[in-house]
Design a protein around this ligand. Structure first.
Ligand SMILES: [Zn+2]
Ligand SMILES: [Zn+2]
Length: 309
């Protein structure tokens, strides 16, 4: 009996140490941003507009979203596509949950299936159609990265190309489990783009989608090999769509990375992700007018117009 309690005591101590190590609210350091970095010029057309298309959510807890999150505090991980209307072409940023989400979820790793639940909204393609926008007329879907919850809605957008960097196209074509759903989508048309050697907000390279500075994409690898940050500048508003570099705004505001268990499940390279968070935190401090939008946090875009009521 005494031996049992000794063993139990040791076991509980190991559990406690593991928990403290994993969830201790460590904040990352915010690096000094180079003084020469300035807010880039942009010339968005006056009729450019952006809309939020909420398509569902996964349900989790703050403790799993960022170090320092409260255990038991419910968090919705929203799945939102954003429509950016521009005279040169309408683009979605990510595609949200599509009509095939049940079948896609059933293919996820078992650990993810048993630790999360989800709820469905109206898929992006249906919201577009209801607003009188033919989904096939989109110029493309600009992906922050090709994880299943960002490409899910592509199944409802046949013929609409997924715009992504070469590195992310290679990720989709590869055999990593986290790319399996994108990899096996029968009609997923990839449109890879290249970055120019044009610095943008401290990133060495960038891709200016329409040539007017209104939508500028920069490589931000780590979460996946070809993850990007998409900067959108409209008349009077600036956004940075940061994908899954952080899941919730606190990741940039504190700043803090995901706890080990979450990093282990979803990040390809945790060190790279940490560096991306630190840079975003530095940008957030210097340029608070840029609204940082984590892919699964609806709070920063709560006031953005919806496409349908
Ligand atoms: Zn992801
Ligand atoms: Zn995601």
């Amino acid at each position: 009996m005494r031996r049992f309690f000794k063993w139990l005591g040791g076991f509980l101590l190991v559990l406690l140490v593991l928990n403290v190590w994993m969830f201790w609210p460590v904040r990352l350091a915010v690096p000094l941003l180079d003084a020469s970095i300035d807010l880039p010029a942009a010339h968005p057309p006056p009729d450019m507009a952006i809309y939020a298309l909420p398509t569902g959510a996964m349900h989790s807890q703050a403790v799993f979203a960022y170090r320092g999150g409260t255990p038991g505090e419910h968090r919705d991980f929203t799945m939102t596509a954003y429509l950016v209307r521009h005279p040169r072409g309408d683009l979605l940023i990510d595609s949200g949950f599509g009509t095939q989400v049940d079948a896609q979820f059933a293919r996820l790793p078992m650990l993810m299936q048993v630790t999360s639940t989800y709820s469905k909204g109206t898929p992006a393609a249906r919201q577009l159609a209801a607003a009188g926008i033919e989904p096939g007329s989109l110029a493309g879907v600009l992906l922050t990265h090709a994880h299943w919850d960002h490409v899910s809605g592509m199944t409802d957008l046949p013929g609409v190309p997924a715009w992504l960097p070469e590195a992310e196209a290679a990720f989709v074509h590869g055999d990593l489990p986290m790319a399996a759903i994108a990899h096996s989508m029968p009609n997923l048309a990839l449109r890879p783009y290249a970055f120019a050697d044009t610095p943008y907000l401290g990133y060495a390279r960038s891709f200016d989608v329409w040539g007017d500075g209104s939508i500028v994409v920069v490589p931000a690898p780590g979460h996946t090999s070809g993850s990007v940050v998409i900067f959108v500048t409209l008349p009077g508003a600036r956004y940075a769509f940061v994908g899954d570099i952080v899941w919730q705004s606190e990741g940039i505001e504190r700043p803090a990375e995901r706890p080990w268990i979450s990093r282990h499940l979803v990040d390809l390279d945790g060190d790279q992700v940490r560096a991306q968070i630190e840079h975003l935190a530095a940008l957030h401090q210097r340029f608070p007018q840029i609204v940082m939008v984590p892919a699964h946090d609806a709070r920063p875009t709560a006031a953005m117009p919806r496409l349908t009521p």
